[in-house]
Design a protein around this ligand. Sequence first.
Ligand code: ZN
Length: 135
Amino acid sequence: MKIEPSGVVMIGRCNIRTEACTAKNVGPVTAIWSGNNQIDVCRECLDEKIRLDEWQIEGAKILPGKINVEIVTEKDVNAGIILKAVAKNDKNDILMIETLEIPYSGRKKFGDEFLKKDLEISIKTYAQKYLTTAD
Ligand SMILES: [Zn+2]
């Protein structure tokens, strides 16, 4: 099945729920599109579907070293956290900026390291797709 990641990360419930699912009840999920259908999926389930080759990211190529992602701000808000990440190419141009706002409950459950990693992976995936489309 061909899928198209939206690049949007939010807190929700994963629609796939494999063994390794991190959002069986609630957690960070990313919206992907398959035709006109939206599927909310956590990072673990997305990786699993791609690994099993059940899903293919439309137009995606692996572009190692072309995209650098860094978390540029971490801001505490009402005990929750707002993370902002940028993806840059090898010429240091900013390709994409993404902000993830996690309320206290999500932050407490998943921890900052997990949330940061998830945001980095998601923005990298989206930036790769964006680059391959833009080229
Ligand atoms: Zn899942």
